[in-house]
Ligand binder design. Structure first.
Ligand code: ATP
Ligand code: MN
Length: 153
């Protein structure tokens, strides 16, 4: 049923709870887990120059050490959890608008299930769902498992 499971992660606590679900399902189905971290230029609008922001918008995040470290930390959580269970893992980092990159990645990598957190690192709890998750749900036909951090069992 599931061969390629996508876990988009922003490194947040909720995303890391979603990782546990993704990895558990991957182990049961013998699936590959894809960890995708999207560098969103809008997060960085105040901390980077316009040249760097344009590079990220074009999908090029190379040679930006700090961004790469954040990305590697987030996807590394998935990689570590997967290796513990002998699951194949693909780590991917892209620059751009998160929900667009997530759905494009899913379409071009034979993804058959997306496992995503209900909220992310902005941590605002007013909304039922974070905006990235809401937009992913609206823009994909794939099954999506939304994991809330309060339900850890
Ligand atoms: P908002 O961003 O709307 O202020 P939020 O940060 O609480 O709210 P989302 O950004 O929608 O909520 O995060 C929900 C889930 O979406 C995360 O747990 C993670 O799985 C995924 N996600 C969010 N941002 C990214 C990103 N930049 N790259 C990859 N996955 C992401
Ligand atoms: Mn967010």
């Amino acid at each position: 049923m599931y061969e390629n499971i996508l876990i988009p992660t922003d490194g947040s606590k909720t995303a890391n709870v979603a990782v546990e679900h993704a990895v558990d399902l991957a182990a049961k189905y013998g699936a590959t887990v894809h960890a995708l971290y999207v560098v969103d230029p809008d997060w960085l609008a105040y901390s980077l120059g316009s040249e760097q922001l344009d590079r990220i918008r074009q999908g090029n995040i190379g040679e930006m050490d700090e961004l790469e470290a954040d990305a590697a930390e987030a996807t590394g959580v998935v990689a570590d959890a997967a290796r513990e269970k002998d699951i194949e893992v693909v780590e991917a980092v892209r620059g751009g608008t998160p929900h667009k990159i997530i759905t494009t990645y899913a379409d071009s990598n034979d993804i058959d299930l997306v496992v995503i957190g209900s909220h992310g690192r902005s941590g605002v709890r007013r909304a039922l769902l974070g905006s990235v998750t809401e937009r992913v749900l609206r823009s994909t036909h794939l099954p999506v498992l939304v994991v809330d951090e309060q339900r850890e069992d």
